[in-house]
Design a binder for this molecule. Structure first.
Ligand SMILES: [Zn+2]
Length: 234
């Protein structure tokens, strides 16, 4: 039997049992075990882990842990190198709508199962958003984030912070229903699709070329924009 000593930094503590947060956690193990495997056995999914230090030296997550090793794990830093594209699990319909309203590419289907989702994020280089840490622990998932909040606005704020989305917000860029990019459309062309009050108060419209849905700067837009501005300020 070997023992290693793990210390989780920052928001990685969210994954530990309460009495293990902010302190050294000893892990007993047998045979060859990677840091990744032991960290996940304690609850932290690998896509959340950034820098790994073993006895003070930077190592890879698949480093084979030795008896007596002291392991420091840091959360992956906020931000994302390229334009982030997401896949959301089937419980996140509201968050999907919020993110699409801000212009982000979000794949979302009710009938994807866990292996499907892991397969798609690997093949398309998408970021998996979920509250299910077991799903994030699947080997094929490289980029992912475990949402802590239960409510969709809290989840949106987490995503904006984690992936540094504030500077990439593009309202009226994407269809809330089908994720297709929108195009501006003249009011006259969609007049027959509008409610009387919308006709009266709004002049700028966008339409989805795929499903025909018409968009204007109504209350959902205002809420999303406020949330984004609060975060920019903070
Ligand atoms: Zn559409």
């Amino acid at each position: 039997m070997s023992t290693a000593y793990f210390f989780f930094h920052g928001r990685l503590n969210d994954f530990l049992e309460r009495d293990k947060r902010g302190q050294i956690v000893s892990v007993d193990f047998q045979g060859e075990q990677s840091v990744k495997h032991l960290a996940e056995s304690l609850g932290a999914p690998h896509p959340e882990i950034g820098e790994v230090r073993v006895n003070g030296r930077i190592e890879a997550l698949n480093f084979i842990t030795q008896d007596g090793d002291s392991v420091d794990l840091f959360p992956i830093p906020n931000g994302f190198d390229s334009e982030p594209r997401f896949l959301l699990d089937c419980h996140l319909g509201r968050l999907t709508a919020h993110l699409r309203a801000l212009g982000f590419d979000c794949l979302y289907e009710n009938d994807f199962d866990d292996p499907d989702m892991a397969e798609i994020v690997a093949a398309e280089g998408r970021i998996l958003l979920t509250r299910d840490r077991r799903l994030l622990m699947r080997k094929k998932v490289e980029h992912g984030y475990c949402l802590r909040s239960l409510d969709s606005m809290g989840q949106l704020k987490e995503c904006i912070l984690r992936f540094d989305l504030a500077r990439r917000i593009r309202p009226f860029h994407r269809c809330l229903k089908c994720n297709h990019p929108l195009e501006p459309v003249e009011k006259e062309k969609v007049l027959h699709l509008l409610e009387p009050l919308t006709k009266k108060y709004y002049d700028e419209f966008h339409q989805c070329p795929a499903c025909g849905q018409v968009y204007w700067k109504g209350s959902h837009y205002v809420r999303m924009k406020q949330a984004a501005e609060e975060l920019r300020g903070g």
